[in-house]
Write a protein of this length. Structure first.
Length: 307
C-alpha cells in the first residue's frame, strides 16, 4: 500500500515552526497494522532464530518484505540503532540502556545475530551509522546532542563532538527532552559535500545536516549546515538507500516510513513498515532488511520476489 504525497510543507525558517501536516486521513487507513504485544521467548535459547514471527515482528501483506527470522537477542534488550558494515559483513547495533539499571552500549553482530564484540558507551544511544570514506562508525547519544566517533575493529572511541542547537543565529533545537533519535551517512550527491544526517525526534521534528568535514573531535559545538521539517509524529530511525537515492524516516508509533528524495528532501510517498516500535533498521549486502525493536529482539526480512 502506498500513499502519494505530492508536495512537502515548507520549513518556516523565520521561526522554525514545524506545522502539522495533513496526517490523519492517511494514517487512519494504516492504524490496522498497529498491534503491540510484549514479546515472550518461546525457547530458553535466545540465540536460536525463530522461523515464525512473534506478534511484534508481524507485518501486513501490504509491504514489500516477508518475515524470515526473529532473534530475542537478550544481550541487547532494547536495540535503538543499527547499521550494516559491508567490509566486515556484520551489523553494529546500539542499546539505549536504562538509567541506574543497565548501561548503554554498542555491539557487533554477525548475520546470524551472534554477538561478536561489545562495549559500554554513553548514556542514551539512539543511532549508529558507518562512513565508508574514513571507515568509522558514528554513534549518536540523545543526551546533549552528542556524537561518538568509533573504530569498528575494537570499538574504541576515536573522538567525540556535540552539535550546536542554533542555525544562522537562531536556536532551533530545544534543550533536553527527546533529541537525536537516528543518524545516517549521506555520500556526495551531484558534487555536494558528504554529510551526516541526524533525526531530531521533537522540538522540532526535523532532519539536521552536519557536514562530514565538520564532524571531527571538538570541545566546541559543531555547526548545523541545514534543516528540513518532518511530519509531527514520533520517529524512530533513519535509513538511506544509495541504490535509489531514497531516505527512509521510520515513524515507529504508526509503523510507516516517510520516503524522501535525498537530493531535494521532497516526500515521495508513505509506506507501511513491518513490525512495531521499530528503532533500529539496516539493509545488509544481500538486500535483507533487519529491524530491531524498542520492546526487544531483532528480525530479518527478505524482499518479496514479485517486487
Amino acid at each position: 500500500m502506498r500513499i502519494i504525497m505530492l508536495k512537502t510543507v515548507a520549513f518556516e525558517r523565520n521561526g522554525y515552526n514545524s506545522p502539522m501536516r495533513w496526517l490523519f486521513s492517511a494514517y487512519l487507513m494504516l492504524m490496522i497494522v498497529l498491534v503491540v504485544v510484549p514479546v515472550q521467548a518461546e525457547t530458553e535459547d535466545a540465540t536460536k532464530p525463530h522461523d515464525s514471527p512473534p506478534d511484534i515482528a508481524k507485518s501486513a501483506d501490504l509491504t514489500q518484505w516477508e518475515f524470515e527470522y526473529y532473534w530475542l537477542l537478550e544481550e541487547v534488550p532494547e536495540p535503538s540503532g543499527l547499521c550494516y558494515h559491508p567490509g566486515r559483513n556484520t551489523l553494529f547495533v546500539v542499546d539505549d540502556g536504562e538509567y541506574n539499571i543497565r548501561p548503554a552500549g554498542i555491539y557487533e553482530l554477525d548475520l546470524a545475530a551472534n554477538v561478536l564484540a561489545s562495549r559500554c558507551l554513553g548514556n542514551d544511544l539512539e543511532g549508529v551509522c558507518y562512513c565508508p570514506l574514513n571507515g568509522y562508525l558514528y554513534v549518536v547519544d540523545e543526551i546533549g546532542e552528542h556524537i561518538y566517533i568509533i573504530e569498528p575493529d575494537d570499538l574504541t572511541t576515536i573522538g567525540e563532538f556535540y552539535v550546536s542547537r542554533s542555525f544562522q543565529g537562531t536556536e532551533v533545537l530545544a534543550a533536553g527532552g527527546n533529541g537525536f533519535e537516528g543518524i545516517e551517512f549521506i555520500p556526495s550527491i551531484d558534487g555536494a559535500k558528504p554529510y551526516l544526517l541526524l533525526l531530531n525526534q521533537d522540538d522540532p521534528h526535523a532532519l539536521v545536516k552536519v557536514l562530514l568535514s565538520d564532524a571531527k573531535p571538538s570541545k566546541t559545538a559543531v555547526p548545523i549546515s541545514d534543516l528540513w521539517s518532518l511530519a509531527e509524529i514520533n520517529t524512530g530511525e533513519l535509513h538511506y538507500d544509495s541504490s535509489t537515492g531514497e531516505l527512509w524516516v521510520i515513524h515507529s508509533w504508526m509503523n510507516v516510513i516517510e520516503v524522501l528524495d535525498i537530493a531535494t528532501m521532497d516526500v515521495l510517498r508513505w509506506e507501511v513498515f513491518p513490525g512495531a516500535a521499530q528503532e533500529a533498521v539496516a539493509v545488509d549486502g544481500d538486500g535483507s532488511l533487519w529491524v530491531g525493536y524498542d520492546l526487544g529482539g531483532i528480525s530479518k526480512y527478505r524482499r518479496r520476489i514479485n517486487e
